[in-house]
Design a protein around this ligand. Structure first.
Ligand code: FAD
Length: 383
């Protein structure tokens, strides 16, 4: 694997750094306290091309490869994980899935709007009763004339109250042992679809997380994404790539923790010297630095495998598992360097820890990642 970024990717990374410094960093504390990022950020993310990375220019995308996508995601995660998550879900889970499985009409209808930030996507897989065991979801789609009627509910849906379209997974086949799940593109203004904000999150407070309720929601046959009954494999393939994006966001959190810890250690004086002089403080900092490098290399490895057209799902689970746990460790170590000041929200590290914690839970918990890796190694499924 070539670790040289080259001119183009270096420029993309700089673009992301500048964007974060200009559009995100000045508002992070305010958005976190208000429990809402400014909705206007979506259009700005579209205008700069970050909602169209890796998508064909023909459909409004900004091209670029998966390593560029990682670099941008890392910078956004370094700035504010709430904003990073908006991109990871709308681009990573929805736009890229439409690009991969959509009909020409679906691509022409949705991709230019999603990549421009004129529309936002959300990914509706989890339900109140089914999380890790997503294949047993209970939302049901029934054929009705030349369309479908959908009933059920979805839980913890990122971008949920903001989104214009939900990539929704519903059961269409009840044969025992048969994972008869199909994927649909449902505009969120479809009658019968209601949304409720999930308040009181520990982290990612700026994100619009929602519960969706579907009561007799009618969609035409043209809303079906991919073949009927293939929805579960579409969801799993979207999540495999999505895990690279979560991992890159975690690298950003860990890097922000490192920057903050090094900066503070050089400024804060105790016992007559800056605390950077103390070996136990240096241990905290060096542990963060090793986590940053290891998480970044595992994440870039996934991007490299995707670009080479090789199997990447297990590598994505490894990267997501390690990077999410590393981000929690890194933020926690940084908080320790800050002492009591780490515990109040005027300083950045408490938020990093709150935001990092969910990374070990969503898009497959750490336990589920271990089961995926274990299955790949042993050939035995333990779930
Ligand atoms: P459960 O599945 O009930 O798990 C509870 C515990 O049991 C965990 O520790 C888990 O690891 C463990 N466990 C479960 N099964 C096993 C097993 N077989 N072996 C060992 N341990 C096991 N979902 C979406 O569809 N779209 C989104 O946009 C989205 N965004 C989210 C945003 C936030 C902020 C949050 C918190 C969640 C989001 N989710 C989303 C849902 C997320 O993916 C689920 O929360 C996650 O998959 C875990 O499911 P669960 O919460 O039901 O936990």
């Amino acid at each position: 694997m070539n670790l040289e970024l080259g001119e183009e990717r270096t420029a993309v990374r700089q673009l992301a750094k500048d964007f974060v410094a200009r559009e995100i960093a000045p508002h992070v504390v305010e958005w976190d306290r208000a429990e809402s990022v400014d909705r206007g950020i979506v259009k700005k993310l579209g205008a700069v091309g970050f909602l169209g990375l890796t998508v064909d220019e023909e459909y409004g995308g900004s091209g670029g490869d998966h390593l560029s996508y990682c670099l941008v995601t890392e910078e956004l995660g370094r700035g504010d994980s709430s904003v990073r998550g908006i991109v990871s879900v709308s681009l990573g889970l929805v736009t890229k899935t439409i690009a991969a499985y959509g009909t020409e009409d679906q691509k022409r209808h949705w991709l230019p709007r999603l990549t421009a930030g004129d529309a936002l996507g959300c990914f509706g897989l989890t339900e109140p009763g089914t999380g890790s065991d997503a294949g047993s979801l209970a939302t049901r789609a029934v054929r009705d004339g030349d369309g479908w009627v959908i009933n059920g509910s979805k839980m913890f849906i990122t971008n949920g109250t903001w989104a214009d379209v939900v990539l929704l997974f519903a059961r269409t086949n009840d044969t025992p042992g048969h994972r008869g799940v199909s994927a649909y593109l449902v505009p969120t203004d479809t009658p019968g679809l209601t949304r409720r904000t999930v308040h009181g999150k520990l982290g990612l407070r700026g994100q619009a997380t929602a519960e969706l309720v579907l009561e007799d929601v009618r969609v035409p046959d043209s809303a079906l994404l991919g073949p009927e009954g293939k929805g579960f494999s579409i969801a799993m393939s979207a999540l495999a790539k999505g895990r690279m994006s979560v991992a890159a966001g975690c690298v950003g959190i860990a890097q922000a923790a490192l920057d903050a810890a090094v900066g503070y250690a050089g400024e804060r004086e105790q016992f007559g010297r800056s605390i950077a002089h103390y070996q136990l403080v240096q241990e905290l900092i060096s542990d963060i630095a090793v986590d940053v490098d290891a998480a970044r290399l595992l994440t870039w490895r996934v991007a490299d495998l995707i670009e080479r057209g090789q199997e990447f799902a297990t590598a994505a689970s490894k990267a997501k598992l390690f990077a999410s746990e590393a981000a929690v460790r890194a933020a926690n170590n940084a908080l320790q360097v800050f002492g009591g000041y780490g515990y109040i929200d005027e300083y950045p590290v408490g938020k990093l820890l709150r935001d990092a914690r969910v990374m070990t839970l969503y898009e497959g918990t750490s336990q589920i990642q271990k089961l995926i890796i274990g299955r790949a190694l042993t050939g035995v499924s333990a779930f």
